[in-house]
Structures are given as structure tokens and as C-alpha cells.
Design a protein around this ligand. Structure first.
Ligand SMILES: [Fe+2]
Length: 309
């Protein structure tokens, strides 16, 4: 990471950071309104603008039009991989929502998303501040309370003394101090998975002790977002995964991960697959959905390291 060219001046004292909007334009607009009232010095976005709700195009246009500095999340990387003829995973039946967004975005917006940087150096000085979607060098890395000393050492290995690293990806606000470093995970703007359906973001405030995180949660028109999602082509063409995204939006709970766990138990075919979220047909997914009862599954959360995606 290049520490010599931070995005923001070392004098700024507050930064709003949002992430994981996932196509939810109503949640994004509620957050942008709130940020306006908070009078922060800067705003940044930590990836995953698209998929999961029906308004990816509007979200991308809003973020681009405001010139908000943005990193690339794993969902933007999927667009890069869909463009690659050698890459198969996202072209399979069960990932129809990702294919839908790929085709709905215009070429300029799609290229903008594909070209976003994986990491952004936000501030230097006495409290360096770095932002990356999940973990350095790994946009699906899970930084959790189960980390060993070695795991933490690996996360901060390239960062200077007293750095704060902002990550996202798990849709659940959390922070942890390790030695003289600080890790802060943002909540999700548009698809919270911590049981609280309100839109979330953070404001970082500079203090003598470094950056302090304030989590903000906002009620917004969730019912309206659910209704237009349900009526959209995205829902009707997105198959089982779009249905599960809708349930995640409705409940702020994990549905896709427990569904795939159920599918793996139900399917002899699944046991032969190297990656358990790939290779299923529409018929197999639809059949498994009929026998899937979310209330009987364990309460998945980011602390449960046995889950994978
Ligand atoms: Fe995400």
C-alpha cells in the first residue's frame, strides 16, 4: 500500500464511511441525508455497491455523481470475473442476480466499478487511516474475534505504527484494538445482517487517542424497498438467490449461508462439489427451497468461523 499519497488532508477531524449498500437506494439516500446534517469533513465508501436489492444502477450513479471515494468490494470483483471467459462460477444458473446486475449496468458504470482500488489510504500523520473492503489482500477475508495473535499480526503487517484499518464485508459493526493498531468494521448501509434492519454507517472522529468510531443507524422506507424489489425483474429473474436476498433485507438475518448448508445436506450432488455455492441448477435450488425452514437453522453470525462463502 502506498502511504505517501493519502486521499484526505491530515487536518481533517471527521470522516463518514458507508459500505455494503447492495443496490438499496432508499437506505443510501437516508444515509446521505443524515451525513449532510452531521457536517463531516469527508465521506468515503468501502465497496459492495451492487447486488442483493433491485437498484444497483441508481446506487452506482448516486455514488459516482457525488464523487465519493470508493473501494472495490467482492461484489464488484464478480463483475470483473463475469467479463473473463475463463471464469465460470458466476455464469452458472444459481447466480442469476449477479448476471442480472452485470447486464443492467451500462458499460461506463460497469468499468468504473471494475477499476475501483482494493485499498485506499485515507490519512497519514499521527493517526494513519486505511480502508479496504474486508482484509488487506483478501476482499472476502473475515476479521473476527476468533483471530489469533498471528492473524492480527498478518492483518497489520504492512501498516505503520498507530494505524486504524477500516474493513466491512460482514455487515456487522465491530471493533478491536490490537497492540498499537485499531480495526473497525462498518455496519451495512443497505443489507444489515445483525438483526437490526435500520441502515448503518460510521463517523470516525479524530481524538488524541486516534480515530474513534460512532455507529449511526437510521430508520428508512424499508417497506417501500421490499415492495419494489418484490415487483422487480431483478426478483423475478434472479431465482432462488434473489428470493433469499429479499428475505435477508426483510429480516436483517443471514439466509443464503444457512440455505447452502441445507442444500449441501440435502444433495448428493453437492457433496461432490469443491465449492458448495456453485454448480446447482435452478431445479435443484428450487427443490431445496421447498424444504428449507430458516427458523430451524442455527443463528449464523460473523463469529461463527465454520461458515464460508
Ligand atoms: Fe457486502
Amino acid at each position: 500500500m502506498d502511504a505517501t499519497t493519502p486521499l484526505f488532508s491530515p487536518d481533517i477531524s471527521s470522516i463518514a464511511i458507508l459500505s455494503d449498500i447492495h443496490g438499496n437506494i432508499r437506505a443510501l439516500d437516508a444515509i446521505l441525508d443524515d451525513i449532510t446534517g452531521q457536517k463531516v469533513d469527508a465521506v468515503a465508501c468501502n465497496g459492495d455497491l451492487i447486488t442483493s436489492s433491485a437498484h444497483a444502477e441508481a446506487v452506482v450513479k448516486r455514488i459516482r455523481s457525488l464523487g465519493i471515494p470508493t473501494t472495490r468490494g467482492n461484489h464488484e470483483r464478480y463483475l470483473v470475473e463475469l467479463s473473463d471467459p475463463e471464469h465460470i462460477k458466476w455464469k452458472q444458473d444459481n447466480w442469476a442476480p449477479i448476471q442480472y446486475d452485470y447486464h443492467m449496468l451500462n458499460a461506463g458504470d460497469r468499468q468504473w466499478l471494475c477499476d475501483l482500488p482494493e485499498t485506499m489510504w485515507l490519512c497519514n500523520g499521527s493517526s494513519p487511516l486505511v480502508m479496504t473492503h474486508a482484509a488487506p489482500g483478501n476482499d472476502t477475508g473475515r476479521v473476527t474475534a476468533q483471530f489469533s495473535e498471528q492473524d492480527w499480526a498478518n492483518i497489520f503487517t504492512d501498516l505503520p505504527h498507530r494505524s486504524t484499518l477500516v474493513g466491512s464485508h460482514l455487515h456487522w459493526f465491530w471493533q478491536h484494538r490490537w497492540q498499537h493498531y485499531h480495526f473497525i468494521r462498518t455496519p451495512s448501509a443497505g443489507l444489515p445482517l445483525d438483526g437490526d434492519t435500520r441502515a448503518g454507517y460510521i463517523i470516525l472522529h479524530r481524538t488524541e487517542q486516534g480515530w474513534q468510531a460512532e455507529q449511526r443507524r437510521l430508520s428508512y422506507d424499508l417497506e417501500g424497498e421490499l415492495a419494489t424489489f418484490r415487483q422487480s425483474d431483478y426478483y423475478h429473474k434472479g431465482g432462488v438467490i434473489a428470493h433469499l436476498f429479499w428475505e435477508e433485507l426483510r429480516t436483517a438475518r443471514w439466509w443464503i449461508v444457512p440455505f447452502f448448508a441445507h442444500l449441501r445436506r440435502e444433495s448428493a450432488f453437492a457433496a461432490t462439489m469443491p465449492g458448495y455455492t456453485s454448480g446447482y441448477s435452478h431445479a435443484e435450488m428450487t427443490s431445496a427451497l421447498k424444504t428449507f425452514n430458516r427458523t430451524l437453522t442455527p443463528e449464523y453470525h460473523p463469529g461463527a468461523l465454520s461458515i464460508s462463502s
